[in-house]
Design a protein around this ligand. Structure first.
Ligand code: SF4
Length: 358
């Protein structure tokens, strides 16, 4: 994509509340190799970071800006800082910055909103979160998210962990990051040591086997050296990893590196997510295939949909009106309606394109 088209897309994206194109050099190299090998721009890594044709006009009926309704769980005074949805867990939006931008990002709405605001100084944000956690000692796990928490300067990251550890009732810290695939140098010796020192659980968002390039393997090996427990969760995305062979290979590579897959996500039905969405029946069929074709270590992750009432699974389906594409999930007495992606708009990824290295 040339500079002029990138600029045009970025201007349109800002107007529509979408993330702009942002690709760090390491990931750019992976994409270049893919485009040169395929001779086309429909490969999986390209689709992660560049807009597909018609990106800004592809909409499914009933798409919304924020399906999970993150804002309703932000305590007053902590808007854009903390999401307290579950009794004992809270999500701290440490930063609005990511090393790269994913076209499929489920949090586009909140992130672009944060980008448009002038955020308080990081220390002030941390003070406010610590004060809230002191008042809510039932919160024993904090998930550092964002943006990407590994985008913040080392000293601030160290301060966050130290203050959570010494000033609050938090026993478990989790970090969700994708920076390792965008910019593997973030896994420096001192960052790995820090994460190990505070016994942080690290959730790596790896979505395609080719993202596990050599510098990423080195970073993961360094994390293992410091005893960091590694997990993964990722969405199943059309044209990126929506074939059983791709999922199987990704999970096998993660297993070789000591990463435990926990959740595979149904893409959120948010604005402009149509190019990545998959009908629920095909998602279930992908999971069934993964289950039957592979060993238990390879198929123990759950398919989940994040919703305003929490994460729901297949067994939480209370009603499914296939004719109208409506699925009702029930969890703990609460229900949520999900508008399925229409089967006729679903063009599954081509296996040879998805696994272009063979
Ligand atoms: S790294 Fe995560 S938060 Fe950032 S753009 Fe990608 S999916 Fe969204």
């Amino acid at each position: 994509m040339d500079d002029i088209r990138i600029q045009q897309f970025n201007e349109q994206a800002r107007r529509l509340g979408m993330l702009t194109i942002r690709i760090p050099p390491h990931y750019q190299r992976l994409v270049r190799e893919e485009v040169e090998t395929l001779g086309r721009t429909d490969g999986p890594l390209y689709r992660v970071v560049y807009p597909t044709a018609g990106r800004t006009d592809s909409k499914a009926d009933h798409d919304v800006p924020d399906f999970v309704e993150d804002r309703t769980n932000m305590p007053s005074g902590l808007e854009s800082l903390l999401i307290h949805k579950y009794h004992n867990r809270a999500l701290f939006l440490v930063t609005d910055v990511c090393a790269g931008h994913c076209m499929y990002c489920f949090r586009q709405d909140v992130l672009t909103d944060l980008h448009a605001r002038e955020l308080q100084a990081p220390e002030k944000r941390l003070d406010a979160v610590i004060a809230y956690l002191k008042d809510h000692p039932q919160v024993t796990e904090v998930i550092l998210s964002g943006g990407d928490p590994l985008s913040v300067p080392f000293r601030h990251l160290e301060r966050i962990m130290s203050r959570l550890d010494t000033e609050t009732a938090v026993r478990d810290i989790r970090i969700h990051t994708r920076n390792i695939v965008f910019s593997p140098k973030v896994m420096s010796e001192r960052v790995c040591e820090l994460i190990g020192r505070y016994r942080v659980r690290l959730y790596l968002h790896l979505i395609h086997p080719y993202e596990i390039a050599e510098p990423v393997v080195k970073g993961i090996t360094r994390l293992k050296f410091y005893g960091v427990r590694l997990y993964s969760q990722f969405p199943i995305l059309r044209g990126i990893n929506d074939r059983c062979e791709v999922l199987e290979r990704l999970i096998r590579m993660m297993d070789d590196l000591g990463i435990t897959p926990v959740n595979l996500f149904v893409p959120d039905p948010i604005n402009y997510s149509a190019p990545f969405r998959i009908p629920m029946k095909r998602l279930f069929s992908l999971m069934d295939n993964l289950y039957w074709r592979t060993s238990s270590w390879n198929n123990s992750a759950h398919l989940v949909l994040d919703t305003p009432i929490g994460k729901v699974r297949r067994e939480d389906i209370a009603d499914w009106d296939e004719g109208n594409g409506l699925i009702i999930f029930r969890r703990e007495g609460k229900t949520v309606t999900y508008h399925d992606f229409p089967g006729e708009s679903d063009i599954p990824g081509d296996l040879e394109t998805l696994l272009w290295k063979g």
